[in-house]
Design a protein around this ligand. Structure first.
Ligand code: SF4
Length: 356
């Protein structure tokens, strides 16, 4: 009884804080499932400030799930460009098509049915069900891990298998009979703007009197996260084969790998930073120039480093001036229709790369 009373006090305090401090976010104005789903998928790997412009662009172009369901995959990938994890964009489209066709455009309200949809796991299903339909299922994202681990002193590593279930159980217990939408959004919002990962202002926190981490001076140690394995290094050599008319070739990535379905320049992947002599002997160069090219030169003297979650990509651009391309090339002005990795977008935006 006493425990329930204490939890009730805690949750009431949190929800009160939420109503007084919540940010004015566009998907909160109309929390229908389509808006919540879109925002949650976009925000899975990015911050609110980085993700909001993407959300607004999607909603503008595809105001309803039916509009999105009719989009071409390339259009969705283009709009997603820069967010990474491109399979999320293709899943977005597949789910939009599925819901439009099988559910007449209305998201199901049961967690079990939501989890059947492509790209929707327990987290997103709980967010949609609780925020849009009032289903009492807690959401556990990075913000929730942080708040619970610090306040209650939970030292389970959050990147282990059972962490999600353990934290979800605790969050469910805290929800009691409060409005699930308010509760879940309050938990996430508190972690995002008060119990921040770096330098939270604990002195001004409503929970500081009872917070385990604050009282024990271990705020910076929580949540616990096991060290990940070293990033795997990969070496990408992009061949910018340019003909005298300014045409060049791009190809779509089709293997199950990073940047799947995006477009890129012809690629030679090497085991380390490749020497020009070795690259000259590569059969791709022969193919691109029919064995007859004007010059080959390295564009960036030091590799451009792109760090992804498990990989470190070392990227070098090489310019190959060819007399004639072996197949139909495109001009830079036509690139707007093709989704490309950001590193290539930057490359194409740099006019000097087309000169000389
Ligand atoms: S006192 Fe600090 S660590 Fe504890 S809940 Fe508040 S902000 Fe988080």
């Amino acid at each position: 009884m006493i425990i329930i009373f204490v939890i009730r006090m805690w949750t009431e305090k949190l929800i009160k804080w939420y109503h007084e401090n919540k940010r004015d976010l566009p998907w909160r104005k109309n929390p229908e499932p389509y808006n919540i789903w879109l925002s949650e998928i976009i925000l899975q790997q990015t911050t609110v400030s980085q993700g909001t412009p993407y959300y607004l662009r999607f909603i503008k172009k595809y105001p309803t799930i039916f509009d999105l369901s009719k989009a071409k995959e390339n259009q969705v990938l283009k709009l997603w460009q820069g967010l990474g994890y491109y399979s999320r964009a293709t899943n977005l489209l597949l789910t939009a098509k599925y819901i439009s066709k099988n559910y007449n455009g209305i998201f199901p309200n049961k967690i079990k049915d939501l989890k059947e949809l492509r790209g929707i796991g327990d987290y997103t299903a709980s967010a949609i069900a609780s925020i849009s339909y009032g289903v009492p299922s807690s959401v556990v994202d990075g913000n929730v891990y942080r708040l619970i681990s610090r306040f209650f002193g939970v030292f389970i590593s959050i990147n282990t298998l059972n962490a999600y279930n353990e934290f979800k159980k605790r969050a469910d217990e805290l929800m009691l009979d409060y409005n699930p939408s308010d509760f879940n959004q309050a938990m996430m919002e508190f972690g995002a703007i008060q119990c921040k990962s770096k330098n939270p202002n604990c002195v001004k926190c409503i929970f500081n009197k009872d917070c385990y981490a604050f009282k024990n001076d271990c705020v910076g140690n929580l949540p616990v996260k096991n060290k990940l394995n070293k990033l795997k290094s990969r070496y990408f050599n992009y061949i910018f084969a340019l003909d005298p008319k300014g045409n060049f070739i791009i190809n779509q990535r089709t293997k199950k790998d990073i940047w799947n379905k995006l477009y890129e320049l012809p690629l030679v992947e090497s085991n380390n930073n490749i020497k020009i002599e070795k690259l000259k002997a590569n059969k791709l160069l022969f193919k691109l120039s029919s064995g007859d090219y004007n010059s080959l030169m390295k564009i960036n003297s030091k590799p451009i480093i792109q760090k992804l979650s498990h990989q470190k990509i070392n990227i070098t651009f090489w310019k190959l001036n060819v007399f004639k391309l072996p197949k139909y090339g495109i001009k830079v002005k036509n690139l707007k229709n093709f989704p490309v990795p950001i590193v290539l977008e930057k490359f194409f935006n740099h006019k000097a790369n087309f000169e000389g």
